[in-house]
Write a protein of this length. Sequence first.
Length: 438
Amino acid sequence: MAHMPAAETTASPRNGARPQTERPADSVPSAAPSAAPSKHLGWLFAVAIAAAAFNLRPVVTSLGPLLDQVRAGLGMNPTLAGLLTAVPSLCFGLFGFAAPSMARRIGPIAVITAGLAAITAGVLARSFAGGTAVFLLLTALALAGVAVSNVLIPVVIKRYFPEKVGPMIGLYSMALSAGTALAAAVTVPLTSSLGGDWRYGLGVWAGLGALALLLWLPVLITRRERGERAGGAAPARLPITRSRTAWALACFFGLQATGAYVVMGWLPKIFQDAGVDKGTSGVLLAVTMVIGVPVSYVLPNLAARRGDQRLFVVVLALCGIAGYAGLALAPAGAPWLWVVLVGLSNCAFPLVLTMIGLRARTAGGVAQLSAFAQGVGYLISIPGPILIGRIYQVTGEWYWPLGFLALLLVPQMLFGLRAAMARHIEDEAVRPAERVTA
């Protein structure tokens, strides 16, 4: 299934992959084996990618349903509990920026493997934390592992599956959505079955992290990547801030993340305030996540076949506007329809991942673009859930917060339309001297 050429390839949504005779200096290191890997090794790599993706959200979504118990058990005050909800986006942004530099030193596969080790250790150890500070630090350790894996999994897909970017991003996104939904849905009943102690309910997810880590260890051994700096040469970096496409992707990523985290944090409350019981409101939240499982696989495949992805940007934004309008005007009138529409709108996440893979020619370009778009994007998303909560506190109703979310979809669509155009950041992120000599 996997194909690993001796020379790095250039992927284009129109022309397919074509060989590149010289590797650009900014690229992340790639392996150069003498022979193509076996079919079984390719399947192992694909399964390992899916397993890693499955573990990128339970560290967050398993905590939400148990937050009240965690607060009581650790003596955590409401301010710190509020800080805890902002930690994921902060860690994703800050640690994501470091991922390309780490990959240049030891290779992206090694960094992802280390990230999975950090996720497993952090999730397991925080369940034994005796105080708030230790709990927050160990959660940050797990989130650091999530952050570098977020950035670098699209890179290894671009490098080792250059002709299957769409299907592999689809597999990655589908597994990520499945992990998100499963952790949100089963953490509470699983905790109850384990005696009701929140420590067991959180710690059990380390088992899945350990399984993913075991799958990545043979991949790490067989690929034998080396960092570029092992040879003493420090590769130049693209001046990526000069690329309008990179900025458009970052803003698009940040705005879609804002909507996704608001939905995960506030949707049950919106329905409960409308008279929907707690059990049903939890199921409705799960539907918004589950809808992303099949769509996250199909959408990247469809998007990768087109020269640009503007049609998908518009359709998903319109779904979100309709869903938020329904929630604002008649939340209990057609709740299942509203959550389906909102769930479809949140599928902008696999779409933006696909565009990150298509907007750069090389794995090195994808590494820098992924770090920039996700790092800046997650930082953009931090104020969103807090601001929505503040608007609700001031107005005492959900009409204005939901109207604000619908309004945010307009700039999200505009940035998405710019990011979806069939361009490459290497053509935009050039230094003035290079532009003159080109």
